[in-house]
Structures are given as structure tokens and as C-alpha cells.
Design a protein around this ligand. Sequence first.
Ligand code: NIG
Ligand code: FE
Length: 422
Amino acid sequence: MHSDKRASLLIKNARQLITMSGPVPRIGPQMNELGLIENGGLAACGDEIIAVGKSDEVERQTQLAENCVVIDAGGGVVTPGLIDPHTHPVFSMTREMEFEMRTLGKTYEEIAAAGGGIRASVRDLRTTPKEIIMDKTRKRLDRLLKHGVTTAEAKSGYGLTTESELMQLEIIKELNSSHPLELVPTFLGAHEVPDEYQSDRSKYIEIIINEMLPVVAERKLAEFCDIFCEENVYNIDESNKIQTAARKLGLKLKFHADELKSTGGAELAASLKATSADHLVYISDTGIKALAAAGTVATLLPGTSFSLRSKQYAPARRLIEAGAIVALATDCNPGSSYSEHFPFMASLAALNMRLTAAEAISAMTVNAACAVGREKSAGRLECGLPADIVIWDMEDYRELPYHYAVNLVSQVIKNGKLVVEN
Ligand code: NIG
Ligand code: FE
């Protein structure tokens, strides 16, 4: 814990300092291990954590720089910055009319078949100026940050032409350098088949493989390639073809899999050694075993089941028991889950997937870091790691799922800098 460096940030008097120090990823019963220090404190020099321990010891052993920012956690809870490993934040038009249609009894698939859904967002994005989309995306990142998210994955997927997909990835790149929230970019050209290729889908797949993927890879605009692998969107053969091409170009893989029906998407993700398979509401038993064996993260999105008015939630307990790596995410998007309230996902996970508060926190920190390839740098409070920290206005971490749908974030620190004071 000793360091010769002078602290530029000191956080003291955390009733519960949740470090998440310990195994990475957290599997099975390990998900309940929080690396909790009572009356904890932490010091950082610049963007790096230099001391973690009991508050009085950290204070005694750390030299403060002249302009050191000292935050008294006031007996609250301190956690690592949260990591949201699945978002679609780059869009303009919102789709509240579809939400109301669901209220009145229509399903997500019926609305999409009637001209709504992803393709409605695509029509809108293609005719909206980049600056407008950028401003709206920035506001969504602000809201994520205010809810404790310091790193988020962000997908394209609402343009479905080479030009408009690149435009979304450029927005992600520009916001990544100008906004405190750190973004992990994902190319999702296979989010849907656009209107103009409905009768010639193989032509669109060819464009993804021969036109879009090579420029995305060459210009390093994405770390991951994702696909909506689902009946009536991209089937298993098509998904295999596109994702194999993406991997050859050096992109890591993600899948939207088994969201609306069981199609074997999880099995395919595991066989291609994808970093994550997401949704998994209808995952099969073989899919569960395959993910666990492959070390492919199962990223679960309870906000989507909630917002689609589905009674079905992903089988989190079975995944945990099988030894799969379980993460949580918002799936923030205009159709199936419009929310930047990541902590609320812990409430939904507790009530509908039976995750304990500790399991949910593991799923939103260390395990979420694994889902975005940041397991070495994010999701834990340890010396030498970046100082991404949330200070919560609660006395016990179990309040996170329990005190639902209110924002209990008091301060957020990204790379050692105070970026949110609620
Ligand atoms: O993760 N399933 C595909 N994509 C999103 C929905 C996108 C939309 O409806 O705009 C999802 O649920
Ligand atoms: Fe999604």
C-alpha cells in the first residue's frame, strides 16, 4: 500500500469500500466476493490508484499533493466505476409510439413487421445530420455517467450503409475523446437487413463482408463485430459467415443471441470463441454448457425483457451454476430498452433473475470488464489500476437493487478526476 507518489485524490470514510479485488472473472459462488473493506479509503495519483485499505491507514501512509482533492464518503458505499457492456446509444429518433403500442398489446416482432423497429430507426438516421445525432448521443453518455457508468460498449447498427455505419463509428470515436465516459466501439452492420435489400439479402451480406468490414478494420473504428442472430434477422449460417469474416480481419466477436427464440446463437458464439453472447433469454441447455466451456461471457439484459413486457428473463441462475461468466448491461436503445439507469438493471436482475446484490455488482464490474476486453484495467479498485470510482449515497451495498429506480450515485471519478457531482 506504500507509495512514494503524492496523492492528487483521497477518498476517506467509506463505510463499505467494495474493491472487487480477487478472481477475474468471478464464476459461480465467487460472484458473491466483493473484496469489501469496512471503513475504507483510497488514494490516487493522477489517473492511477496508489493506495487502497482502511481509511485511517491510507490517510496515515499517503502524502497529499498540494492541490489534492479530498472526498469524505460520509459513511457511504464506494465501488469501482460500473461497466455497461452492451449499448446502442447512437440514434436520433426515439420510438415512444412503439412503447405505447406494446402497452396496448402489440409485440416487438409485430411492430417490426409493420414497419417499425430497427428499420424505422435506420430510415431516420440516414436523413439526420451528424451533429444532431452526436448531440443526442452525448446526452445519453451524460446520463450513463450520472448513473455510475465509467466505461461503456457502444454499437453502430442504425445506418446499414457503409457511409452511415462509418459515420456512427466516427461519432463514437469523437465522443470517446471528448467525453469522460470511455467507449468501446462495436460494428453492428448486421443489425437488420435494410429495406432496399429485403428481397436480396445475400447482396447486403456481401456488402458487409467485402465493403464494410474491411474499412472498419483498416481504419480501426471498432474492436468488436456484433450481429443480431435471430429467426427472421440473420440465421445461423449467415451469422457464421459474417462473424468468421470479421474475425479474420482481427475483430473480436459479440452476438445478439437467443433473444426472442432459441436458435442456437449461443452455441455458435461459443464455437467461434466470441468474447460475449448477449440476451440469451431462450438459451438452450447445450448453449449454457457451451458458453461456460468456451469462456464466452453471457451478458444478460433484464431491461429488455422488462420493456418488451416479456415474462421471460434469461436463466441467470442456471448460467451461474454451470460456471458461465455472467455480466449485466442496459442494452440502452430506442426500441427494446430505452434506459441509461444501469443500477435499475440490478433491481430487475434481483427480482426476475434472482441475482443477489453482490452477484449483480460482480456482473456490472469485473465480469462486465471481461465482456469488453478490459479485464486487465477496469472493474476493480487496486493499486496500479485506473481510478474509476463511484461514491454512492447508501449505507449498505444491498441498497443498490433494493432502493430501485432512484439515482443513488453521489460522485463519479473517471481516471482520477471528479466528473459527476449529483
Ligand atoms: O438489443 N435485438 C436487437 N437490437 C436491439 C434492439 C434495437 C432496436 O429495437 O432498435 C436489442 O434489443
Ligand atoms: Fe442490443
